[in-house]
Design a protein around this ligand. Structure first.
Ligand code: PGA
Length: 236
């Protein structure tokens, strides 16, 4: 595992965008794994700038997002589909049909999760996965637990995650935050060829310290990344 420290959020966001652009240049039909949350917003803004400057072409790129809240319509202002449209997809030349986000509104959520996992497999797998990390060490919505499903699944959000997301995105209203989500599993994520994890700010220090300790524990799901051969942490 490699670790790169950046002087500030802008520098980390630029570095992350450079890695995405290099991946797409090397393989125009690359498959990208993508996160939502506050951390990747700067990277998405840089990618939009690069696209508008003619530095990158997303016309053959396919994307798979990590997760989605259950019960929020795709148009809801906090749905991860809407987030991705607003931060990235609406501003670049990616084909809408090539953008995949787990369904949080399907009648049969388990069936939809399985179909999502199958589609990802059929795509040939993720070339580059960009991850964020929760204050509790979650990646996607793989929350600390004794055990968890390996692949895309329905999951309950940890109390800490509900609180953090309420403060950041739901004006502090914990009741408004969905309590369940659909998330890729750790095994889904670990199948990617290459992984970068973005971490910004002191609130993530504990989780990063657990990764640094090189002890594998599902109490901090991100520690499993040590088992992958090409992971870089980008820290600001
Ligand atoms: P954040 O969320 O980017 O808003 O800090 C990351 C996460 O919870 O995975």
């Amino acid at each position: 595992m490699k670790k790169n420290n950046y002087k500030d959020y802008a520098a980390m966001s630029r570095a992350a965008a450079d890695i995405v652009v290099a991946t797409v240049k090397a393989k125009p039909n690359a498959v990208l794994g993508l996160p939502t949350g506050s951390t990747p917003i700067g990277m998405y803004a840089e990618l939009v700038k690069d696209y508008k400057a003619g530095k990158v072409d997303f016309s053959e790129v396919t994307t798979f997002n990590l997760d989605e809240y259950i019960g929020l319509d795709t148009k809801h202002e906090q749905s991860y589909r809407r987030f991705m449209q607003e931060q990235l997809f609406d501003h670049i030349n990616i084909k809408p049909s090539n953008t995949h986000i787990p369904s949080g509104t399907a009648k049969d959520l388990n069936k939809a999760a399985k179909e999502f996992e199958d589609l990802l497999k059929k795509s040939g797998g993720v070339d580059l996965f960009v991850l964020g990390i929760g204050t509790n060490g979650h990646i996607g919505f793989n929350e600390p637990a004794a055990s968890m499903p390996a692949y895309t699944h329905v999951v309950g959000l940890a109390e800490e995650t509900i609180k953090v997301n309420a403060d950041k995105f739901f004006a502090g209203d914990m009741k408004a935050v969905p309590k369940t989500a659909v998330s890729m599993g750790l095994a889904t994520i670990m199948k990617a060829n290459k992984i970068i994890l973005l971490s910004n700010g002191e609130s993530k220090n504990d989780a990063i310290a657990k990764i640094d300790s090189q002890v594998l524990t599902l109490d901090c799901p991100a520690t499993v990344l040590h088992m992958h051969r090409d992971v870089t942490l980008l820290i600001s």
